[in-house]
Design a protein around this ligand. Structure first.
Ligand code: GSH
Length: 326
């Protein structure tokens, strides 16, 4: 097996495996080529690309559409698993909200996944531009911004968001706001992780069906105790930020805290529709003002109905009816 394919068990994209777990336990037996063939035979690739391109020519790679749409060369390159929104979506939203060109490499072509596999090649200690290796996707490549004008490679979703927040004007108006934005965005990413653990509470690399009993307990606690705590918190933040009029968590303009909280709320609506419907009325600013306002924000509004927005499926946010409110 070529070295660059090792450690990429993540990409088996088995229908029942946890996303965060795609993941962490590289297996010597893993064979990316076999896995890719298996995906194709299951229609996984085909289905995904059809979905991705459902409003455009089926064979047009997503990034080509984006580049044409933006009429400029993307400076930023997102390296993330194809066909799932996952943690890559937090980064896509930052780009889309600011009309920033980017390449979503793994979704741009069938071979794009090789960039993801190379990025987590377990034999690499440092890349040709002097960057240390990413631990896990997503990572961000920024040509010209690394040491001596080489390509900079960043990983960790919160780190990428903080970097882009500064560059794209999504990080608040001053030093204090910058850190408030970080605090709220990272809190939303905690909630994202807890949502993942509802269906994989024991082992990220095992099937949901093999931890269903624990998942039922975990999801019950998540729905009954954790969701109201997080929602109540964000409601308080919105209430306290008078300049934001319920639309923004920090200050009077959109930040990556808003896009990140929004994405988690949206994913939760997919995963726990009954629970969310029952709870929304308790948090009128969060669900009555903030959620629809961010959705309508310039850049996001068009993106959310475009072919670039990848549907939820087997990632962090999964709809298992038995885990929802009964
Ligand atoms: N804290 C990291 C988590 C990264 C992560 O778990 N990535 C998943 C995909 S969303 C993955 O492939 N993980 C592989 C692993 O943890 O071994 C982040 O936010 O970027």
């Amino acid at each position: 097996m070529p070295a660059k394919q090792r450690g990429a068990k993540h990409c088996t994209l088995r229908q029942d495996l946890s996303l965060a777990s795609f993941e962490s336990h590289p297996t010597p037996q893993y064979d990316a080529e076999k896995s890719s063939r298996a995906m194709q035979s299951r229609g996984a690739w085909r289905g995904s690309f059809l979905c991705l391109n459902r409003r455009s020519t089926p064979s047009t790679p997503r990034t080509s559409q984006l580049s044409i749409h933006r009429k400029m060369s993307p400076k930023y390159e997102l390296i993330y698993w194809p066909t799932i929104p996952g943690r890559g979506e937090f980064i896509r939203l930052a780009f889309e909200a600011t009309h920033t060109a980017y390449t979503d490499t793994a979704n741009a072509s069938k071979d794009g996944i090789n960039a993801v596999l190379s990025s987590i090649d377990s034999t690499v200690t440092v890349d040709s531009d002097g960057n240390p290796p990413p631990f896990a996707p997503p990572s961000l490549r920024v040509p010209g911004e690394g040491k001596n004008g080489k390509t900079l490679v960043l990983y960790q979703t919160p780190n990428i968001l903080a970097y882009l927040g500064d560059k794209l004007g999504l990080a608040g108006e001053d030093e204090a706001e910058k850190h408030w934005v970080m605090s709220h965005a990272f809190t939303a990413l905690d909630l994202n992780n807890e949502a993942h653990d509802t269906h994989h509470p024991v082992a990220v690399a095992k099937y949901y069906k093999d931890q269903k009993e624990e998942a039922l307990k975990k999801a019950t606690d998540f729905r009954e105790n954790r969701l109201p705590k997080f929602f109540g918190f964000f409601e308080r933040v919105l209430k306290g930020n008078e300049g934001g009029q319920g639309k923004y968590l920090v200050g009077g303009k959109l930040s990556y805290a808003d896009t990140t909280v929004w994405q988690v709320l949206d994913g939760l609506k997919f995963a726990f529709p009954k629970e969310m419907e029952a709870r929304e009325g308790d948090h009128p600013l969060l669900f009555g003002t903030f959620y629809p306002s961010v959705r309508e924000h310039s850049g996001l509004k068009d993106y959310l109905v475009s072919s670039r927005r990848i549907p939820y499926g087997d990632g962090v946010f999964r709809h298992y009816p038995e885990l929802d409110r009964q």
